[in-house]
Ligand binder design. Structure first.
Ligand code: 5GP
Ligand code: ZN
Length: 114
């Protein structure tokens, strides 16, 4: 998608601090971190919200989750814990309409979330 911020990061038209890349996915540091660890894991394929994920995307979505967990483990957050979040649509706070898994860690997380 030409006007999508995260597609532009995938295409290297915008800079990002990339922490993982493979054929299907990209992970990069959030520009406005909400925790000491705040990484966004995205599919290279444009999917605007979790509602648009299709059965064909099952493997891809699972891949995103495993990348996020792997980064958390590598950074030493496996035992302490971390949070994975995918906001969907305005009331949940989605601002970028290209799905992304937030990986947050390094501070006590509150529940219920704000
Ligand atoms: P959402 O609010 O859609 O769940 O999350 C969007 C996230 O993308 C926010 O945490 C925001 O800080 C991050 N973000 C927005 N624009 C950019 C950008 O240009 N680069 C990076 N690295 N993160 C961004
Ligand atoms: Zn996109």
């Amino acid at each position: 998608m030409t006007d999508c911020l995260f597609c532009k990061i995938v295409q290297r038209k915008l800079p990002a601090r990339i922490v993982h890349e493979d054929e299907k996915a990209l992970a990069f540091e959030d520009v406005n971190p909400q925790a000491p660890l705040h990484v966004l894991v995205i599919p290279k394929k444009h999917i605007s919200t979790s509602l648009e994920a299709a059965p064909d995307d099952n493997e891809l979505i699972g891949h995103l989750l495993r990348i996020a967990a792997g980064i958390a483990r590598e950074r030493g957050f496996a035992e302490r814990g971390f949070r994975l979040v995918m906001n969907t649509n305005p009331e949940a706070g989605q601002t970028v309409y290209h799905i992304h898994l937030h990986l947050l860690g390094g501070r006590k997380m509150h529940w219920p979330p704000g």
